[in-house]
Structure formats: C-alpha cells, structure tokens
Design a protein around this ligand. Structure first.
Ligand code: ZN
Length: 390
C-alpha cells in the first residue's frame, strides 16, 4: 500500500532537493535551480536564502545571462561540514576526512593484523579517525559524523552478519561499537552501496538519476540508484552483482551458487587462473604493459563481467554504469572498454538510448569517500521515504 504525506514534510524535502541541485552542479544560479527542480522561482529563492543563512551554501561570483542582470552563482560551502569515512576491508582500514563537497582533505591507510578480534579492530578505526581529524586541524564541532563501509551482509541496526571473508565476525554490532569508541554518530552500509553513494555525491554520477555501480574489491558487489533514490532492497542487500551466475559449470561459490561473477572474477580467482604465483597487483600491471598471458586472463574476466553488466542494464534500464573499487588497479580502462562494447552491442534498449560506462574518478578510495558520503547523504539527501506519513 502507498502512504500519503503531510504538507510540513514537503518543505524539508524541497530544501533537500535544492541543496542536491547545488551540490550536483559546478556552480548554479537560482533560475537554473528552478528550471532543474521545477520548483517555483519564489520557493527556490526562500530556500536559498535559508541555506545561505545556515552557511551551507555560498554565493561565488556571477555569470552573465541573456540580456538581464548577471546571475549570482551558488555553491555548497565545502568548509560547512566534514565527515570521516572509514572503509574496513578484511586486510586494511582506510580512512578519509571529506569536506561537504565530498573531497578528501586527509587520508590514512593501515593494515589490519589477521585474526584481530572485532573490538581491537574497532579501537584501531577510532584511533585512525581521531588522528586524521587532528592532522587536518578540523574541530569536532564541524564533524557531522562517521560513515563506515564494511563487508556485508548487514542488518538494519548496523550488525555484521557472518561476512564470508571474515571468520569470527558474526553478530558484531559494529555501528554501536564505533559510536562508543569515537563518540560520533555512525552511519554504516556495505562497501559497494557506500561507493555508489560516494559516486552520487562527489563522482561521475552526480546528476544521473538512474545508475548502477559495479564494485571490484576483495569481493565483488554493487549499488543501485533508481530515479534519484538509492535502492537497498528488503534487507539492505540488493545489487549483489557478484553472485550472478556467469559460468553455469564454473567453480562453486561460498554463497551456494556455481560460477558466480565473484568466484570467476575476484582477485584471488584471477591469481588462480594465471597460476604462476604472481599476485593480483602484479598480474594487473603485466596486463597493462600488454604481456599476453596476463592480458588474456584479464580480458576473459572482463568478458564475464560484461555478461553480467548486460543483464544488469537489461534489468534496470539505466543511463550509466560505473566501475570502481581498489581491484580495478591499472586495468580499469581495459575493463571499461570490454564492458562498454558489450553493453552498446548487446543490451535490449541500445537503439533507444546509450548507456555510458565509466570508471570512477575516485576508484581507489571509492569506499572510504563513499563512507563519508553516507553521512552527507543521510543528513542532506532528498528521500522520498522521509516524505511519507507514519
Ligand atoms: Zn556466489
């Protein structure tokens, strides 16, 4: 059943829509905001005045207009607020401090000792967050919160539910643990969804209503935005592209399926496919140099990813597919080429509209910047759900 809405909620929704239009642009005038959001000029003007008073938005020069007086350009004030983004990968913690424009102003990476207990790892995250804040010289009062991107699956309260690559981490209430140790509010999501939100806030998908994000890390995951809203699914575990079958007779996957994208395309599968003892980084470097064996393995893997990507595009009818995550390394361009060719020649709606395939400009830090963006998104993004009664 659809829910109704109450008028007072529309005001804060419109405020978020205007703020998003400003953040998604590289400078925008009130007239352009009205055109883009289809709000009246008066509504835009009232909301912008309030955003200026609150210091979230600044006036930054003016642009000539056709005949009339020059239009004042508005931007989000990057210094109005900060968020700490923490990406917890099984082997590493990476931490960024991002300004409100989503730009990292400080970063820190630390290895996690294998077999470390959850409580010790959370303490390490909290120390890293403190250190990065101190080094950047940003006061606590300017920090909106901590965003944490960690391996799924997660439940709605930020409890980690037996992540496959982290034995001993079942039922870990990571959100409340990190709140306790940092004394900041914590927003948590799985790493791939966080990366997609980061792309929306600060990357190549800022003004794209519907896109999918293919995240290549230790494992393979994804995130989806449909009609400007992040899609999380019934239990926060949507967009698990990594578990689409691409080789029906392929290797068994821990999920219970066979020949999953993850089982065929993740870094450890690439190492096993080449089988000469080289690690994933070395294989990617060799493929980028054009060494035939390494290149053949990466091209085959890119082909399997492309099969999955065509299905994703057919299922969602999106405008953009973004590739990101630390496992892209030097072969992002190669993946992009193979996947773009497949999508433009094999997707069903290809004659109706093009689907862009892009590598994320923030690929290496995608999950950490995404984690910081979780905080901005939770604080400022227009959410249809928030409009509804109840
Ligand atoms: Zn699987």
């Amino acid at each position: 059943m659809q829910l109704g809405t109450n008028l007072p909620k529309v005001g804060s929704y419109n405020r978020a829509v205007v703020l998003e239009a400003i953040q998604a642009s590289d400078g925008i005038s009130r007239v352009q905001i009205a055109a883009r959001t289809r709000l009246t000029a008066q509504t835009v003007s009232v909301i912008v005045r309030r955003l200026l008073e609150e210091g979230l938005v600044i006036e930054d020069g003016s642009a000539p207009s056709n005949g009339g007086k020059p239009r004042t350009i508005l931007r989000v004030d990057p210094d109005a607020g900060y968020a700490i983004g923490v990406h917890f990968d099984p082997g590493e913690i990476s931490c960024v401090l991002a300004d409100l424009a989503g730009r990292p102003v400080a970063r820190l990476r630390q290895p996690v000792r294998p077999g470390h207990k959850p409580d010790a790892v959370v303490r390490q995250m909290a120390r890293a967050a403190r250190r990065i804040l101190r080094e950047a010289g940003v006061a606590d009062g300017k920090v909106l919160g901590v965003g944490l991107a960690c391996p799924g699956p997660l439940d709605g309260d930020g409890v980690m539910m037996s992540p496959p690559r982290l034995p001993g981490w079942d039922q870990v209430p990571i959100k409340s643990l990190l709140e306790e140790h940092t004394r900041f509010p914590v927003t948590v999501d799985n790493d791939a969804t966080a990366a997609a939100i980061g792309e929306r806030w600060a990357g190549t998908a800022r003004a794209t209503p519907s896109f999918a994000y293919l995240y290549l890390g230790t494992g393979i995951g994804g995130g989806i935005f449909l009609d400007n809203q992040v899609y999380r699914g019934r239990s926060l575990n949507a967009a698990e592209f990594g578990h689409m079958t691409v080789e029906p007779d392929g290797p068994e996957c821990y999920c219970g399926n066979r020949g999953c994208v993850e089982a065929v395309c993740c870094p450890s599968a690439i190492e096993a496919a080449l089988g000469n003892g080289a690690d994933h980084a070395a294989i990617c470097a060799a493929a980028a140099r054009g060494e035939p064996e390494a290149r053949a393995v990466i091209e085959r893997v890119a082909g399997r990813l492309a099969d999955a990507a065509v299905s994703v595009v057919n299922m969602l009818d999106i405008d953009l597919l973004v590739l990101g995550g630390p496992a892209l390394r030097e072969v992002g361009g190669l993946y992009r080429e193979v996947i773009a060719t497949a999508v433009s020649s094999r997707s069903l709606a290809r004659r109706l509209h093009a689907v862009q395939v892009e590598t994320s400009p923030i690929a290496a830090d995608a999950a950490a910047i995404g984690a910081a963006s979780l905080v901005f998104h939770a604080t400022y993004a227009p959410r249809l759900g928030a409009l509804l009664s109840g």
